[in-house]
Design a protein around this ligand. Structure first.
Ligand code: ASP
Length: 345
């Protein structure tokens, strides 16, 4: 089969990769994309066409809002037919949230959407930004023998690993290996060659056309259980009238205090019709509320299992499901499904 030249769109949203020290207060601030290109002349050696789209304003990803995810989805939709792959340059702090959100908002995705960034700015001699960017371009443009996208998924490429976006979490503010996907092996690893783990890569159902769903409802909160947590704090988060769903970050395999006051508040929240999701605080492993006597009462009080979901992914999934569905009971049912490879069931 004749191989045609790939074309990639680099979408620049901000983040350390494109930052420079402000001469005034020396804090890192984003600069424009042309300066990134100057720092990475290697990009011109790729046998693929590379265009760019720059968000305005460029942001530190700590300022990411769901409106930015909606804009990102629209940018990809409007140019979907023009490119073989999309690369999103993004700050690392919230990259896992954004990649998770996009995975739920893009449907029938047949092309790679690869997020990357760096721990050190691209103009700094020891930067990890160049390696990350160059390998991410290679992955975004990679095709199978049949000429199809090698990785038609929303992913994060960082360090030397390609990870499914909705499985990732940022684990280091220091190391170049800043991300892991604790419950799923990498989809690819970059050494001398990029080795793809074909068995893990999701392939789209050809009968589902590409589309985006930008409806998001952010009325979700997170309750992290800890020794010494007070009834007032639990009440404030679980019974707040402004939330439709709460992620309860529990211990181990989904365990929480069994004190009557705690379970009473959980039951009251359920009686208010809220969606309560049980996600473990452990970086790896799965919620199983039937395992311990400290897990079962949560199940009986009406919480749903987050399985081995990350908190980032559970949050994005709830935004997405609540946005598309006014019925909380239906959201509970949909949450239980593996929609985009985000849980192991
Ligand atoms: N604060 C930065 C950001 O998330 C950190 C980074 O990019 O590594 O935008």
């Amino acid at each position: 089969m004749k191989k045609t030249k790939s074309s990639i769109l680099i979408i620049y949203t901000g983040g350390t990769i494109g930052m420079k020290a402000d001469p005034g207060d020396q804090t890192l601030k984003p600069f424009d994309f042309s300066q990134i290109l100057e720092e990475v002349p290697e990009l011109s050696k790729f046998a693929c066409k590379i265009d760019s789209y720059t968000f305005d304003p460029l942001i530190d990803s700590s300022d990411v809002e769901p409106t930015m995810w909606q804009n990102l989805a629209r940018v990809i939709r409007d140019r979907y037919d023009d490119y073989d792959g999309f690369l999103v340059l993004h700050g690392t702090d919230t990259m896992s949230y954004s990649a998770s959100a996009l995975s739920f908002m893009l449907d029938g995705l047949g092309k790679p959407v690869i997020f990357t960034g760096s721990q050190l700015p691209i103009g700094v001699p020891r930067t990890d930004g160049k390696e990350n960017l160059i390998s991410a371009v290679e992955i975004a443009s990679a095709k199978t023998e049949e000429g199809k996208a090698r990785v038609p998924e929303v992913c994060i490429f960082f360090g030397d690993k390609l990870l499914r976006g909705n499985r990732t979490t940022k684990v280091s503010a220091e190391q170049f290996d800043a991300f892991t996907s604790p419950n799923l092996p990498p989809l690819a690893e970059a050494g001398i060659n990029i080795r793809y783990n074909e068995a893990l890569i999701r392939r789209p159902d050809p009968s589902v056309p590409f589309s985006i769903d930008t409806r998001l409802d952010t009325r979700v909160s997170i309750l992290k259980i800890h020794p010494g947590i007070t009834p007032q704090v639990v009440k404030n988060i679980l019974l707040g009238p402004e939330t439709r769903a709460v992620i309860i970050e529990t211990y181990g395999s989904g365990n929480a205090p069994t004190k009557p006051w705690f379970l009473d508040i959980v039951k009251e929240a359920r009686a208010m019709g809220k969606v309560l999701v049980n996600v473990t605080q452990c970086p790896s492993g799965c919620v199983n509320m039937n395992l311990y006597a400290t897990g079962k009462p949560l199940l009986e009080a009406g919480t749903v299992s987050g399985y081995d979901s990350t908190t980032e992914s559970a949050l994005a999934k709830l935004f997405h499901l609540l946005g598309g569905c006014p019925d909380n009971e239906r959201v509970k049912e949909l949450f239980d499904l593996d929609l985009k490879g985000e849980i192991s069931k």
